[in-house]
Design a protein around this ligand. Structure first.
Ligand code: SF4
Length: 333
């Protein structure tokens, strides 16, 4: 059986159930790298210049982990999944960058996804990918339909059941990851409701963000994430704040930020990667909106390789203290 490696980083959190279904339907075995660790991050960092953003360094570390554990590694070059809405350049160059800096990598399956080139080009790219496993276009078509359905089910599960991507993946696969430290549910009577916004690969990589969700829930707060907002709600929030999205991630940053600013959460934490151009623009828009509305406290956390855990904990405790004080004051008035 052909083994396909999928790095547990970057777009894994958005598309893993879809990719897994596609490959399994075509008879392949899927191998996923474990959660990020110090060894994984430092092996990835050692291959690129210091200015490379943290999520890409982690991604490369996951690829290195998968060397000799699979026959191919799946690294799509995703340019655009919505008409005239684009991913950052790092995603476009990911297969080429990986080949250049990890020459020992197994062969890379590097399908290009760009919805702007039309559906025909997209279908051709999917068939090319499927041809590594079968010559039957019908089988590839069936696998694609099953994969898309798996993706829709995954999105629906997160929005309806208020689950984070790792929790939804665990529920879909029926397995509980022993290394996952995410709590299984929000507290019944929370001290406060805190929304966190940002890319899934920052929000759900517990090593990179120093277990932020876990810390918030341990302090008896209810945590809301961008995946818990429906697609139409995110879209209308983007229209309200910026008119039209240019970046793919505007949903998880600008859309979720605007939505939670208007929906009565007690505080919002924006998480971004140091050196990320799109993040610095989008997070600033949410920050400005929070400042002008003057209703919901907003804190921005910038993560990089050397971010100290103690610094994150101190800022988080101070932010939560402020929220609790504000809530107590509102009760007294
Ligand atoms: S959007 Fe930012 S954090 Fe994500 S890959 Fe691009 S530069 Fe890195």
């Amino acid at each position: 059986m052909i083994r396909i490696g999928i790095p547990r980083a970057l777009l894994y959190y958005q598309y893993y159930p879809m990719w897994q279904t596609f490959f399994q339907e075509l008879g392949a075995e899927v191998v996923v790298s474990p959660p990020t660790s110090e060894a994984i991050l430092s092996s990835g960092s050692s291959r690129v210049v210091a200015e490379t953003c943290l999520p890409v360094k982690a991604f490369l570390g996951h690829v290195i982990y998968l060397v000799e554990k699979c026959d191919y590694i799946f690294i799509p070059a995703i340019r655009s999944v919505k008409y005239k809405v684009y991913n950052c350049s790092k995603f476009l160059g990911l297969p080429d960058m990986t080949k250049a800096v990890i020459p020992e990598s197994p062969p890379i399956l590097d399908i290009e996804i760009d919805i702007n080139k039309g559906k025909r080009t997209l279908y051709q790219a999917i068939y090319q990918l499927g041809r590594h496993f079968t010559w039957s276009p019908l089988k590839v078509k069936r696998a694609s339909i099953a994969a898309w359905q798996a993706h829709l089910n995954y999105r629906q599960l997160m929005a309806e059941s208020y689950l984070t991507p790792p929790q939804a993946i665990e529920r879909i696969s029926g397995t509980s990851d022993p290394e996952s430290k995410l709590p299984s549910s929000n507290p019944a009577s929370p001290q406060a409701t805190v929304a966190i916004i940002g890319h899934p690969y920052l929000l759900y990589d517990e090593y990179i963000n120093h277990r932020l969700i876990h810390r918030l829930e341990q302090a008896h707060n209810r945590v809301l994430t961008p995946e818990m907002v429906t697609a139409p709600e995110l879209e209308s929030a983007i229209i309200r704040l910026v008119g039209r999205a240019y970046w793919t991630y505007e949903e998880e940053v600008v859309g979720a930020g605007e939505h939670y600013l208007k929906s009565g959460t007690d505080g919002i934490i924006g998480i971004m990667a140091f050196g990320c151009g799109p993040d610095s623009l989008m997070m600033d828009m949410v920050h400005r909106q929070a400042t002008s509305l003057r209703v919901t406290p907003f804190m921005n956390l910038t993560l990089e390789e050397h971010t100290a855990e103690a610094g994150i904990v101190t800022r988080l405790e101070a932010f939560l203290d402020m929220i609790y004080r504000k809530k107590r004051k509102q009760v007294c008035v």
